[in-house]
Design a protein around this ligand. Structure first.
Ligand SMILES: *Cc1c(COP(=O)(O)O)cnc(C)c1O
Length: 376
């Protein structure tokens, strides 16, 4: 059986976790959390990174930092994971969904400006499959309208747009270390923060609304309730597991990229023959091989292909029922403009197995089975 996802296994992780357990330092903000934060600050060039319990929580933290009030509007794609919308809806804000570009499956930057109203406060682009959104355009729109930008970079760790790390371009960036992501801590995430004033407040919100972080640094002699807050910091054991992967992040990235390139070259003939479509990566984007997907003709063909692959012990999956068509999406959000591509493209997309350690033989086998399917 070729699984769709296998969490990265790194030799050093057990030793790092053992070290936390034996030192009896297992709560948040320990040695490994600090190492991870610093690693991201260095690699992304962001002034502040804070590990969180998930990308969902990182986005919630960003939503609090944006001071959203009930009725405020946040522009985002409908083709995304529920967390992009939930994080803002929890503050009473209304997700305003905009159509995607069919080539990258990212929010169509040309359709954003028309969705802006006097209530719009935030734009939240999602870097689908670790391929950057058209950030120059989005940052320019945000600047002209006085909006904040919260990047959902859950899938974008180690990927760049015009040389800048995804997640480090907007006011805030949210990373995910869920088991299914390129780098994982089981459940986990991080928030990247551009401005130092936001960073100080983020530290408080993340620590139950207290200035405990300052207290630990000896900057205040007691800690107290300062602001709204929640508990968004992960155990140092999770950070230890994550750190073992960060130490070999380039190797993991190259390994995934090799699988991605192999898929691409093996399936190119089918694409050239017009049977399937392959992912598109704009020249200004360096992707991280978070996923390899193909697009089938339509939803029926996709279902048949999934069945065919499953009968050959290959697990391929699809995702994202567009949020504006989901029960909560209808209740809490609205779609602005026409749904030209969101639903149509989401019904054609199929994700193939992709993980660190996927072998070249496995990719060949999967491609053989896909080719076999289209030769019917
Ligand atoms: C995985 C993912 C999330 C959620 O990440 P968690 O760490 O599980 O909260 C949010 N947005 C996108 C686009 C994702 O792919």
């Amino acid at each position: 059986m070729i699984n769709f996802n296998v969490p990265p296994y790194v030799e050093t992780s057990i030793g790092y976790i053992r070290e936390c357990v034996e030192a009896q330092k297992i709560c948040g903000d320990g040695k490994y959390t600090k190492k991870c934060n610093e690693w991201f600050e260095k690699r992304t060039g962001t002034s502040k990174c804070l590990l969180t319990t998930s990308c969902t929580h990182a986005t919630e933290l960003a939503a609090i930092l944006c001071d959203l009030k009930p009725g405020d509007e946040v522009i985002m794609p409908s083709y995304t994971f529920v967390s992009t919308a939930n994080a803002f809806a929890l503050r009473g804000a209304v997700p305003v969904f905009v159509d995607i570009r069919p080539d990258t499956m990212n929010i169509d930057e040309r359709k954003i400006e028309d969705a802006i109203t006097s209530k719009t406060k935030v734009i939240s682009p999602v870097h689908y499959a670790g391929v950057g959104c058209e950030m120059d355009t989005i940052m320019d729109i945000a600047a002209r309208h006085g909006l904040r930008v919260v990047e959902d970079a859950a899938q974008g760790v180690m990927a760049t747009y015009k040389g800048k790390a995804l997640g480090s371009i907007g006011d805030f960036g949210a990373y995910s270390f869920h088991e299914t992501k390129n780098y994982s801590s089981g459940e986990g995430g991080a928030i990247l923060i551009k401005n130092p004033e936001d960073a100080e407040r983020a530290e408080i919100i993340r620590e139950k609304g207290t200035n405990r972080a300052k207290y630990y640094r000896g900057q205040v002699d007691k800690y107290t309730w300062m602001d709204l807050g929640s508990s968004y910091l992960p155990s140092d054991m999770n950070a230890a597991y994550l750190y073992s992967q960060l130490e070999i992040a380039d190797e993991i990235n190259q390994n995934r990229r090799a699988s991605w390139d192999h898929y691409y070259s093996r399936l190119k003939t089918l694409a050239d023959d017009g049977r399937i479509e392959l992912p598109y990566v704009p020249a200004e984007c360096e992707h991280n091989a978070h996923m390899f997907y193909i697009k089938c003709r339509d939803i029926d063909e996709r279902s048949e292909l999934i069945t065919h692959l499953k009968s050959n012990d290959i697990l391929a999956v699809f995702h994202y029922i567009p949020l504006h068509t989901a029960p909560a999406g209808k209740l809490l959000g609205r779609f602005h403009g026409e749904d030209e591509y969101t639903t149509r493209e989401s019904e054609r997309l199929l994700r193939l197995p992709m993980f660190y350690g996927l072998t070249s033989d496995q990719v060949d086998y999967i491609c053989d089975k896909i080719t076999e399917f289209y030769a019917r």
